[in-house]
Design a protein around this ligand. Structure first.
Ligand SMILES: [Zn+2]
Length: 708
């Protein structure tokens, strides 16, 4: 590992943050260097601090500790992410024999200069009790590979020398802060301190010195591992590693099944949804790179998946053990479910045995966060895409570290009892944030015709309510534009979106769109066959080829999407919802709209058939009949681009006149907007009523089109 310190960049950071003083600016600079190296810390792990002086309201100088806020990410930290605390108020805590968590949090908050600053790191006192101006704490992979060992201390001495003292596992918080300070007092010339099975602290009088000590020590650990275990057996190619195409095939088969097993029905107990039974789902993030696949193919993989995390910091994101499935199990629903039940039983046993030592905290959901598939890769699960990604990143690093540790000696993490305290530490759990009370977190939707007015509005509303959305459209350029709009103008979460260009009249392309969705998110729960085209022609003038084209897109396209959806939904076995975008014309056709009305009526009939058939695996299928949805300036309706000119000619109207004509003919005298249609989709997608086979008109009220 090499230092990435760069004088010009450091100077630039000092200039950019001129109002904050050089100390804090350089603290931001090296914190970001550390945070952006996944071999040092991952996603909000690690913490850094600087001791400096600031002026209070009266202009008096105050000595403060600026320390990372709890759970924030070093990679993108800014000065406000390093709240300032009065140093004397922190240091005077050291002589106390004990300090409970609540008292510690209260003491930290009352030492904050700004009352509304974020909560400072749980390691704040450790930073405060050390005398150095700069202190850096990381969970570097190489340090963990040498310390997650039965004889970790011996490896540290051999790798880093005698001027880096070692502390056995101590629970973070006040106890650890005191232990580190006492160790430092005994060896004040040390370059850093290693916490066995946890990580590394370095310090210095300048930002550069402290940062470069971290790099030097991690580099020494990396060299030590490389010299003794240059090619960890668990990361080497072998005949039992599946070729890339077979990894993909296995993931396609296993992911929906695993997602289905992980879905649980529960009644919401808080918020506006109170009392409504809903299925709580997770999103998957799968990795099948060569390292992960090699690890998963090794004969020790199952045993190592059952071991705890490489640093206890990870336990809230990934739990301790990972679920391991052989290839045969991963391809067999019954076997997967059996393994899943065993995992749950084991987690319940762990909780039952250890919880009484720590005040019997309520058990977290006992399901696995990470599954490893033999010879293939891993999948991590979370209620949001972000949570799944964090767990997957951690799992990828963890498998590599476990392989290195195993090659060096024997991987040995914390005991279950030690780990439990960290997993159920309220200060750690706080980092996970509060429960997402929106309608669709953890759900995956696939919307066709997503670049059009209704499709784009539908995607927006599903994203807004927490779902991940696979946007499918035949027109790649329009799709890119819709995606940009969703992201930039409407603020949708970009990690929750996947854009797939596909022609829905081609069975292979429809299959591929669903495969892409499964590989990206783990499956699908909400399917919205929405793509459609229009054409105006009286029967006596009808070109057979145009008629056939409408049937192909509006009817066959819907059938192919329903067919591909059924395969994934059945494999998941956890229910779901299909909402077919039909049309007011299915009940109230219009002259000149033969091709459109007939092809959409067939699509509606397919939806009703799907309601009959998909009930077998718990999926509701409903239809939305919209009318005269023109779209807005940013996403015009393609349908009205196709049929609008003819309608205007037929009625002798300009564009505004045409809109007004359609508004006036509704009972409610209202214009129908894409957002209105999207609301109807959301209603069915959130499954608030046990309804299937229904048609909901969104047309402002047209008696001729009342469902029947
Ligand atoms: Zn730590």
């Amino acid at each position: 590992m090499q230092s990435r310190w760069n004088d010009a960049d450091a100077r630039q950071c000092v200039e950019r943050l001129a109002g904050h003083g050089e100390d804090l600016a350089l603290r931001v600079y090296t914190s970001r260097l550390i945070g952006s190296d996944p071999d040092l810390v991952l996603h909000g792990g690690g913490n850094t601090s600087v001791k400096t002086s600031v002026r209070d309201r009266f202009g008096r100088g105050v000595e403060v500790l600026c320390v990372k806020g709890s759970g924030s990410d070093l990679a993108a930290v800014e000065p406000h992410g390093l709240p300032a605390l009065r140093l004397d108020a922190l240091r005077e805590l050291r002589p106390l024999p004990v300090l409970g968590d609540d008292d510690m949090v209260a003491a930290l908050r009352s030492a904050l200069l700004e009352p509304f600053a974020p909560n400072p790191s749980v390691e704040t006192l450790l930073h405060a009790f050390l005398p150095h101006r700069f202190v850096d704490h990381t969970h570097a992979d190489a340090i963990l590979a040498i310390t997650d060992q039965p004889d970790g201390e011996r490896h540290v001495k051999a790798a880093l020398g005698n001027d880096v003292p070692v502390l056995p596992w101590v629970m973070p918080g006040f106890r650890l802060a005191k232990a580190v300070a006492e160790l430092f007092d005994r060896q004040p010339k040390c370059r850093g301190i290693v916490l066995l099975k946890h990580g590394l602290f370095t310090f210095g009088d300048s930002a550069k010195e402290s940062y470069e000590r971290t790099i030097a020590l991690v580099d020494a650990a990396e060299r030590y591992v490389a010299a003794r275990a240059p090619r960890p057996a668990m990361l080497q190619p072998s005949p039992s590693v599946l070729p890339a195409a077979e990894r993909r095939a296995l993931l396609l088969q296993a992911l929906p099944m695993l997602r289905g097993c992980l879905a649980v029905q529960e009644g919401a107990v808080e918020g506006p949804e109170e009392g409504i039974l809903r299925t709580v789902r997770v999103v998957a993030d799968a990795r099948s790179g060569d390292d992960v696949a090699a690890f998963a193919a090794h004969r020790d993989a199952r045993a190592l998946c059952a071991t705890g995390p490489i640093t206890p910091d990870h336990v809230i994101r990934t739990k301790g053990p990972y679920l391991f499935l052989t290839r045969a199990e991963a391809a067999d629903p019954a076997a997967s479910r059996r393994r899943m039940r065993e995992f749950v039983a084991d987690y319940q046993r762990y909780h039952r045995e250890v919880a009484p030592r720590y005040g019997n905290p309520q058990m977290r959901l006992p399901r696995p966060c990470v599954a490893v598939l033999e010879g293939c890769g891993l999948a991590a699960f979370g209620e949001s895409r972000r949570a799944a990604r964090i767990a997957a990143d951690i799992a990828e690093h963890s498998l590599r570290v476990k392989a290195q540790a195993q090659a060096l000696g024997r991987y040995e993490p914390l005991t279950e009892v030690e780990l439990f305290e960290m997993e159920y530490w309220p200060l750690e759990l706080k980092k996970l944030g509060s429960h997402d009370l929106r309608a669709l977190p953890g759900q995956v939707a696939l919307v066709t015709g997503a670049a059009g007015a209704i499709g784009c509005a539908t995607a927006a509303i599903l994203l807004e309510h927490g779902a991940c959305v696979c946007l499918v459209d035949i027109d790649g350029d329009r799709l890119a534009k819709a995606q940009r709009l969703l992201q930039e103008d409407w603020g949708s979460d970009q990690t929750h979106m996947l854009a797939v260009t596909a022609d829905l009249t081609d069975p292979a392309q429809v299959e591929r769109a669903f495969a892409d969705c499964v590989l990206a998110f783990g499956g699908v729960d909400i399917v919205v066959p929405n793509a459609g085209i229009g054409h105006v022609s009286r029967l006596e003038d009808m070109e057979p080829a145009r008629f056939a084209r409408l049937l192909e897109v509006n009817t066959t396209g819907t059938m192919l999407v329903l067919k591909a959806a059924a395969k994934v939904l059945r494999a998941q076995g956890s229910g779901g919802s299909v909402i077919v975008q039909a049309s007011k014309n299915t009940f109230a056709p219009g002259a000149g709209f033969g091709a459109y009305s007939a092809s959409k009526a067939a699509a509606l009939q397919l939806g009703r058939i799907a309601a009959l058939e998909f009930a077998e695996f718990g999926v509701a299928v409903n239809m939305v009949n919209a009318d005269a949805v023109f779209g807005d300036g940013e996403v015009p309706s393609q349908f009205w681009e196709q049929v609008g000119p003819d309608r205007m000619r037929a009625r002798g109207l300009d564009p505004a006149g045409l809109r007004e004509f359609y508004r006036q003919r509704t009972l409610l005298k209202t214009a129908v907007l894409p957002r209105h249609v999207a609301e109807a989709v959301l209603f069915f997608a959130s499954q608030r009523t046990p309804t299937t086979g229904a048609v909901l008109p969104v047309d402002g009220g047209l008696p001729a089109a009342f469902p029947r």
